[in-house]
Design a protein around this ligand. Structure first.
Ligand SMILES: Nc1ncnc2c1ncn2[C@@H]1O[C@H](COP(=O)(O)OP(=O)(O)OP(=O)(O)O)[C@@H](O)[C@H]1O
Length: 270
């Protein structure tokens, strides 16, 4: 992974974010920066608030206080025009791939260009798609090694291949920051490793920033140069990966990890 450019402002900054769902205080003052070209793994037990954090980063979760900046521009509570522009810079890779089942791999990749085109879905429907977009979508499929599967529908592809199509779609979008939300959770260990290798290689070749949630601690240490660990709605670990003790990673999954855990008697009395 390219070294982050310390002279430049962070491409993504989460500053003291608090999110509540009714009485449930889910994000409890989350802050971190992501530099251009930096790849970080986000770890944390189920229910610690990771998904809520990822939803906050693109303005989908309502923030009680704090803010998210993308390229130095605050997107929290920003007008929809600013939010739309920001979302074009955020590429997503999901656990369940989120491909359109009726469409071919090539058409799914074309969808990555939707945000860049004035007429949205129509612009990327095959009959209307620009030749340059169609060609670029093929190049993206080539980058993930699936040019020969361009006409296949998702159901005709393995899970690993579907995730590679999703990575090609993200590439087509040409974002600055990639958010990968448990990208290998639906895959077997071999396919999962291959997908991680591909994702990290592409992110590195493109000079993108990556925030990737994982549940496999070995892979987190192997791929993430930096690990951000969450526990019960807070960032409790943020460090360069080679220097982190395994015990510190294990601790992320021990004790009160969930934001909806009943308070201890001491907390309740406070
Ligand atoms: N829209 C919502 N309304 C009410 N509660 C919510 C909402 N979204 C999340 N929560 C609650 O917030 C808590 C944290 O959920 P979140 O999905 O952020 O955790 P997570 O760390 O991503 O867990 P997982 O790894 O299981 O996805 C959970 O108790 C969840 O039920």
């Amino acid at each position: 992974m390219r070294m982050p450019d310390a002279a430049k402002p962070p491409v993504l900054r989460a500053h003291e974010i608090h999110v509540r769902f009714g009485a449930l205080h889910v994000l409890r003052g989350v802050s971190f920066d992501l530099a251009r070209g930096e790849g970080a793994v986000l770890l944390g037990a189920n229910g610690c608030g990771k998904s809520t954090l990822l939803r906050t980063l693109n303005g989908l979760a309502t923030v009680e206080s704090g803010r998210v900046d993308l390229n130095g521009r605050t997107i929290t509570d920003a007008p929809s025009r600013v939010l739309r522009a920001a979302r074009r810079q955020l590429g997503y890779v999901f656990q369940h791939f989120n491909l359109v089942p009726q469409l071919s791999a090539h058409q799914n990749v074309l969808f990555g260009a939707m945000g860049q085109r004035r007429f949205g879905v129509l612009s990327v429907a095959n009959a209307f798609a620009r030749t340059e977009d169609r060609e670029r979508a093929m190049q993206c499929l080539e980058r993930v090694g699936l040019a020969d599967r361009a006409t296949h529908r998702p159901a005709e592809l393995s899970g690993g291949q579907q995730q590679r199509v999703a990575i090609a779609r993200m590439l087509m979008q040409a974002p600055q920051v990639v958010i990968a939300d448990e990208p290998i959770a639906s895959l077997d260990p071999k396919a999962g490793r291959e997908v991680l290798e591909l994702l990290w290689r592409i992110v590195e070749e493109e000079g993108l920033s990556l925030l990737c949630t994982l549940h496999q601690l070995d892979l987190a240490q192997e791929f993430g140069k930096r690990i951000i660990g969450m526990k019960a709605g807070r960032v409790v670990l943020d460090a360069a990966s080679p220097g982190i003790d395994r015990a510190d990673l294990d601790a992320l999954y021990q004790g009160a990890v969930r934001v909806d855990a009943a308070p201890t008697p001491q907390e309740a009395a406070a």
